[in-house]
Design a protein around this ligand. Sequence first.
Ligand SMILES: N[C@@H](CCC(=O)N[C@@H](CS)C(=O)NCC(=O)O)C(=O)O
Length: 145
Amino acid sequence: MRCVLVRIGFLLVPRPWVALLETKTRFEHTLIDLEKKPPEFLRLSPTGLVPLLVMDDGEVVTESAVVARRVATEFRTRHTNLLPSAETAAIDAFVGVWTSQVEPAYYTVLKAESEAQVRTAVAGLLETLRAVEASLWERTMARGG
Ligand SMILES: N[C@@H](CCC(=O)N[C@@H](CS)C(=O)NCC(=O)O)C(=O)O
């Protein structure tokens, strides 16, 4: 029986959850207080960020996109294939752009501490989303629509 141990919970990072649930992987999870990170978590995590996945053999996997891909790859079945191979490159590109551009802009909104900061951060997020949408559109057209 396959058993993945996810010791650290996910907060605002749903991709690994979706991958684990969709592949019907057996796993345990722990939610941690990000204001008071437990020493055990800090010993495991190179970045101090969640999510973090601990495989059965003790291997630690971080970065939600990487964790989701690892789960999807490792626990792919004939009925549940979250990563159709023909589309993998496009998915990788999208996840890369989302993680490196959209997420930072989104977190800037979440961390804003005044009305003025919120307005600036929201404008930045919208600008980022427009740029990402335009680049996705260009790529789609380049592939023939
Ligand atoms: N790019 C990372 C982002 C991870 C991240 O920012 N996690 C946040 C929670 S959503 C976190 O651990 N925050 C704790 C901190 O900043 O100390 C991923 O997708 O895994």
